[in-house]
Design a binder for this molecule. Structure first.
Ligand code: ZN
Length: 361
């Protein structure tokens, strides 16, 4: 029997939850990894009607893009999606920015929907994903502690794992009344040969790495620090950039996007034919300048604000605002196919109640 945990692990394999943006809240937000699953409903949002539909269809899990819990909850009232999901025994697993960034995720699905070829990442440097842990251990245990932190995901750099740096020095401490020190005695200032071990790690792995360090460190109270690491940048591709088979006029291109996404679009007409296209599903209006700098003739995204429309206009960039929902929805079918193939014994359904809340007239 398949469990929610197995589905989580499968998603984690191509859209690692640890790679979500620091402000995001992707993960298993309702339910337990051990819960068994025979049917799953997929939606961009786990709204009340989607929860109801899942329960009616006998699904044990909703896989949603937007986190059902995003801002801290002050109460869980009857009728809210979280309350109803718990009451009806439906788990909610949310894959948000980790799915945006993933290969085969939101942006690849959107690019594919628009038949873009020669896809490349639409790159943004992120500095927020790495931190450095510095731990002080007795010389003899340094290797063991570094190994445990490496096993938990610290020190991974491209094709290398367990990368660390160690240097010797002298640590000092005075055990107070009530302490039971690994080395030394209560009331006596100790000086010990120690090793300083440094490793980098993605922000999302802090809990696992700190737990692994504490579990192997011999000291009662290990001394460690976590620092922001601005030098190690992971290239995070928030979007994709690719080429159309044939060039369109800006207006033709907007029409083409409208047909493919089956929704309404807003258009800023650029000053040139559209061949090279940048895409960012959801909310990518702040990528206008970057898209232009990377030589895109057009940007397709959603949630574009007035000032961003003006920037596109001034840069001569064609901007097609296809709406937040419509630019993200293509990923649902892709996910459904992928999951169905991986778990043939589980039924994956697209929520009928999951719709764009806004109508285009
Ligand atoms: Zn979104």
């Amino acid at each position: 029997m398949t469990t929610i945990g197995a589905i989580y692990s499968f998603l984690d394999g191509f859209a690692p939850f640890a790679r979500q943006m620091s402000w995001d809240n992707s993960g298993l937000l309702v339910g337990s990894p051990e819960d068994e699953v025979g049917r799953v409903v997929l939606a961009l949002d786990a709204t009340g009607p989607v929860v109801e539909e899942a329960a009616q269809k006998g699904a044990q899990l909703i896989l949603s893009h937007h986190p059902v819990i995003f801002h801290p909850l002050k109460k869980v009232e009857r009728g809210t999606p979280v309350y109803e999901a718990i009451r009806l025994g439906v788990g909610i697993l949310c894959a948000h920015t980790n799915l945006d960034l993933a290969e085969g995720g939101v942006n690849d699905a959107l690019a594919e929907m628009l038949s873009l070829q020669k896809l490349q990442p639409f790159e943004i440097d992120s500095q927020e994903n790495y931190v450095k842990i510095v731990v002080f251990t007795p010389e003899a245990e340094a290797g063991k502690v570094a190994k445990a932190m490496g096993d938990a995901g610290a020190g991974a750099l491209d094709a290398y794992s367990h990368c660390s740096f160690s240097a010797g020095g002298v640590g000092a401490f005075l055990p107070l009344e009530g302490a039971s020190p690994h080395i030394g005695q209560v009331g006596r200032l100790e000086q010990v040969e120690e090793t300083r071990v440094e490793m980098i790690l993605p922000r999302g792995k802090i809990p696992a790495v700190v737990a692994a360090m504490k579990a192997t460190h011999p000291y009662e109270v290990p001394a460690y620090d976590l620092f922001e690491d601005q030098a190690v940048r992971e290239t995070i591709s928030l979007g994709r950039i690719g080429e159309l088979e044939t060039a369109f006029s800006p207006r033709e291109f907007a029409q083409f996007v409208k047909e493919r996404l089956q929704g309404g679009v807003r258009l800023v007409e650029g000053n040139r034919p559209v061949k090279r296209v940048a895409v960012c599903g959801g909310s990518g209006g702040d990528l206008v300048e970057l898209a232009a700098r990377l030589g895109a003739d057009a940007l397709v995204t959603g949630d574009v604000k007035h000032d961003q429309l003006l920037t596109a206009q001034s840069l001569g960039l064609t901007l097609v605002d296809g709406g937040h929902y419509a630019t993200e929805a293509p990923v649902l079918t892709k996910l459904q196919e992928k999951l169905q193939e991986a778990f043939p014994g589980v039924e994956f359904l697209l929520a009928q109640a999951g719709k764009d809340p806004a109508k285009t007239l």
